[in-house]
Design a protein around this ligand. Structure first.
Ligand SMILES: CC(C)(COP(=O)(O)OP(=O)(O)OC[C@H]1O[C@@H](n2cnc3c(N)ncnc32)[C@H](O)[C@@H]1OP(=O)(O)O)[C@@H](O)C(=O)NCCC(=O)NCCS
Length: 184
């Protein structure tokens, strides 16, 4: 997989133009800005207000780009008029779990509910076919994230394989962490 490759051009359900592509090294500021906004939102992700530095984002992106080139990861970014509005990825684990890929997805608040999440997940799963070692996709979901849970289970056939009771502290409350998987 080549950095910067475009995999989709089209429109959201609301008719907004989008381009979906693999990242480039030059996307570091856009990615950092994007994750920091999501973190401040305190949505259903690991970051709950913490801000990522440019140096940390650079390291993170460089290691992802390396894995993408080796066909050990997929990361797709959705742009609307040059603004980054969604990101999803699958990152292969290593050693005994070298056949297991961890999935993640986020859509910017003002771009949710217009089909971007579903489209992006479909595209990432399609691209992940190039990861030859990949056999199982896993992910963890906040039990209170009913929209994501429904999308993963009903639309993409992921199944629950475990749950850590009160494994997440979200906005001051303890929430179960639900683990899903799918064989590919
Ligand atoms: C979960 C998320 C990725 C979904 O992306 P999205 O672009 O909003 O989703 P889509 O518009 O493609 O809709 C996906 C499905 O969810 C439903 N949906 C989306 N938002 C909804 C809402 N607010 N209420 C009810 N249903 C909703 C859609 O109707 C669709 O269902 P369908 O297949 O029956 O039509 C997005 O909400 C998000 O980024 N949330 C914050 C971060 C997050 O939760 N990430 C996942 C962590 S595991």
């Amino acid at each position: 997989m080549k950095p910067g490759t475009i995999v989709f051009k089209g429109q959201t359900k609301k008719g907004r133009e989008i381009v979906v592509r693999y990242p480039l090294g030059s996307d570091v500021s856009a990615l950092r800005n994007y994750i920091n906004i999501l973190s401040r939102e305190k949505t259903f992700i690991r970051f709950q207000g913490e801000q990522v530095s440019l140096a940390d984002e650079k390291k993170y992106l460089a290691s992802y780009l390396k894995k993408i080139k080796k066909n050990e990861a997929v990361k797709l970014m959705v742009f609307h008029q040059n603004r980054l509005v969604a990101v999803a990825d699958i990152n292969l684990e290593d050693k005994i779990s070298g056949h297991v890929g961890v999935f993640g997805i986020t859509v910017a608040k003002d771009f949710r509910r217009e089909g971007v999440g579903k489209l992006l997940m479909k595209l990432v799963l399609k691209e992940a076919k190039q990861i030859k070692k990949l056999k199982i996709i896993t992910l963890g979901v906040f039990a209170n994230n009913s929209i994501a849970l429904r999308m993963y289970q009903k639309r993409f056939g992921l199944k629950e394989y475990g749950r850590l009771p009160q494994g997440i502290k979200h906005r001051g409350k303890f929430i179960d962490h639900i683990f899903l998987y799918k064989r590919v």
